[in-house]
Ligand binder design. Structure first.
Ligand SMILES: Cc1ncc(COP(=O)(O)O)c(C=O)c1O
Length: 429
């Protein structure tokens, strides 16, 4: 596989962009520069075409450059671009759709990125409770801001300690975020008891997908709901990945547990920038968009016509259920197929996932929390993914990362993926 043009562009990029990429998670051992993307395929500047399961970390649920989403965006360009005060009917329609579909959503506000939405959820929770502390779980990611950027993919020696994700985070922000093992209700209860009346919010990824796919136990989530009710804590489901990809109602509709606040981004707009914070009316009316609301909220690009149009078109495409039916079926074929091959070849693998998401872990089960994933064979995990990429099947060559099926993938794509995986796994054995 020639990558000379990618290398050249990477070198050029590094002269003006630190590291040559615009987000830390975009930097890979091999430089990639992209020229084209359509449906389930992406092509680099050297003409290498890949079947894409990375899906840009998850937004691509219909397929790249979906014609209907793009047409809606093009139509939006003929409407008001940005006026900066008041509202457009399109923004209202988007909020109406979120309220219609998401069980916990009585009102919604739009932003451009998931980090803005989770940041606003932090401020809202603190503003309404008058409390400082947050609980998050080891292994979850909620965006780049100081308050929640802790203990994501922590090395073994940092488990049980604060593991901030960046230099420059305020010590006060780090101190006020408490880390608890996922799926551990007793530990969550202990953390609350150790800080009586101090916890403003519990943040959970509806499924911790930033470490692949670790499903929440039903009793854990129901227990969290009860604990939050008992102690006056705001329960936040971060559905930035799960929202709309796992169903129009998010994963909360699957769980049947209603958070106070939810955040959405990624798959809501099939790759265009749009994010949502939604929740109970009594909480949402504390935002300063509401007269007398004391929690300031702003953002020049909030409800931007391009993102809103893309979100409305994406939601419209999801509404008859056929996309979920198809992507869930293909997702199951990939999960089952990988498990079957690994079993036959005697390779230790947990083929995890949900719906359109699949993550092969190179380890034995059970997997209930991040700490279990320390048993994953990182060299095998990355070796498998890198070999798949070399064969033209793009699975992000980093450990623990999830793969995504979009509506543009076909049964033939799945057959091909499993054939290649079998060859790669045989060679690894
Ligand atoms: C669960 C979750 N929440 C929040 C974010 C932040 O979203 P964004 O990158 O759009 O700021 C991410 C990004 O990957 C995410 O996975």
């Amino acid at each position: 596989m020639h990558i000379d043009n990618s290398k050249r562009l990477h070198e050029r990029a590094t002269r003006v962009i630190p590291g040559g990429v615009n987000s830390a998670t975009r930097r890979l051992p091999q430089p990639y520069a992209w020229a084209w993307a359509e449906g389930a395929q992406i092509r680099d500047v050297d003409g290498n075409t890949y079947l894409d399961y990375h899906a840009a970390f998850g937004p691509i649920v219909l397929g790249h450059n979906d014609p209907e989403v793009n047409a809606a965006v093009a139509a939006a360009l003929n409407g008001p671009d940005m006026v900066g005060v008041g509202i457009t009917e399109q923004e209202i329609r988007l909020a109406e759709k979120v309220v219609e579909h998401v069980p916990s959503a009585e009102m919604a506000l739009a932003f451009s990125s998931g980090s803005e939405a989770t940041y606003m959820a932090v401020r809202l929770a603190r503003g309404v409770t008058g409390r400082k502390k947050l609980i998050k779980f080891q292994g979850t990611f909620h965006g780049w801001h100081d308050y929640l950027l802790l203990n994501v993919i922590s090395p073994a020696e940092r488990i049980g300690h604060k593991d901030p994700g960046s230099a420059g985070q305020l010590p006060d922000a780090i101190d006020n975020t408490i880390i608890v093992p996922f799926n551990d209700l007793a530990a969550t209860e202990r953390a609350i008891a150790e800080h009586p009346g101090e916890i403003a919010a519990i943040f959970m990824e509806a499924i911790p997908h930033n470490i692949g796919c670790v499903l929440p136990r039903q009793d854990f989530v129901e227990g969290l709901r009860k604990l939050c009710d008992k102690h006056g804590i705001v329960l936040v489901f971060d559905e930035v990945i799960t929202g709309f990809r796992h169903g129009l109602g998010g994963y909360q509709a699957v769980l049947g547990v209603t958070p106070d606040i939810s955040t959405f981004a990624k798959a809501i707009a099939n790759g265009y920038p749009c994010a949502i914070i939604a929740g109970k009316r009594e909480l949402m009316e504390q935002f300063s968009t509401f007269p007398g609301g004391k929690v300031f909220v702003g953002g020049t690009y909030n409800g931007h016509p391009v993102g809103s149009a893309a979100a409305l078109a994406t939601i419209a495409a999801l509404e008859d259920g056929s996309v979920h039916e198809r992507t869930f079926r293909l997702g199951a074929r990939l999960r089952d197929g990988l498990a079957e091959i690994a079993g036959r070849l005697g390779i230790e693998m947990v083929s995890a996932g949900y719906g359109s998401v699949f993550t092969p872990y190179f380890m034995s089960g059970p997997i209930e929390r991040y700490e279990d994933l320390l048993r994953n064979d990182t060299a095998r995990d990355v070796g498998f993914r890198s070999a798949m990429c070399a064969e033209g099947i793009f699975m992000l060559p980093m450990p623990l990362k999830r793969n995504h099926v979009s509506a543009a993938h076909t049964d033939a794509d799945v057959d091909h993926t499993l054939d290649v995986a079998e060859r790669v796994l045989k060679a690894m054995r």
